[in-house]
Unconditional design. Structure first.
Ligand SMILES: [Zn+2]
Length: 208
């Protein structure tokens, strides 16, 4: 069982995140999925296929950390396991957001196969938890897109178990995953990534 009040708080944070991310154009139509931790065993997550700019309480459900629905007949997002892996890996994570922005999609297609996106020298790197200076390097792995979500979930588990300081990843031609201690942290990470992706694309354009 889970605490109903904690569920309601988590669901509300997801609804509000959806409005913000849809308004910015980072979660068009029914794309994307969002989650927020309820407790050590339960996560609130968007129901599959719902419009993210118009989410209501009925568009959020509960799953356990293995992605199984709890007290619900709804189907959670197809990518639920990509969320639950992060909650399993990091007990301090309180929210995971996945978006499908144009910049994340385009940039992920421009990174050569087998390489990560490396962000270095940007002041805004300090928007990420634990980053104190622009001098560090943010490494964003790019995983190939697949419909085999359990396999991709294991790939991400393996990579982030070895790189727990890195705050997100791209899926090629698909979108961004990032997380944080709170929904506010997580939304800040999305905004920072979007800014950095735009800088990278702009740099590529100028250098052509
Ligand atoms: Zn997606």
């Amino acid at each position: 069982m889970f605490d109903v009040t904690r569920y309601a708080t988590a669901a509300q944070s997801i609804v509000e995140a959806g409005r913000f991310l849809y308004d910015r154009g980072w979660s068009p139509a029914t794309s994307s999925n969002y989650s927020a931790r309820i407790d050590g065993d339960h996560v609130a997550i968007t129901v599959s296929g719902r419009h993210k700019g118009q989410l209501g309480a009925g568009d959020v459900m509960v799953v356990d950390l293995h992605g199984q629905a709890v007290q619900s007949d709804c189907r959670s997002s197809a990518e639920t396991l990509l969320h639950t892996v992060i909650y399993q890996l990091y007990s301090e994570v309180g929210a995971v957001l996945h978006t499908h922005s144009v910049k994340a999609t385009v940039l992920s297609r421009l990174i050569p196969a087998g390489q990560a996106l490396e962000l270095e020298g940007y002041e805004l790197q300090k928007a990420f938890n634990g980053v104190q200076t622009h001098e560090g390097k943010l490494i964003v792995p790019v995983f190939d897109n697949t419909q085999d979500i359990p396999a991709l979930a294991e790939e991400t588990r393996d990579w982030f178990a070895r790189h727990p300081e890195q705050p997100g990843y791209l899926i090629r031609g698909h979108g961004l995953y990032t997380w944080g201690r709170t929904m506010a942290d997580c939304l800040r990470h999305i905004e920072a990534f979007e800014f950095l992706f735009e800088c990278e694309l702009e740099t590529m354009r100028v250098r052509r």
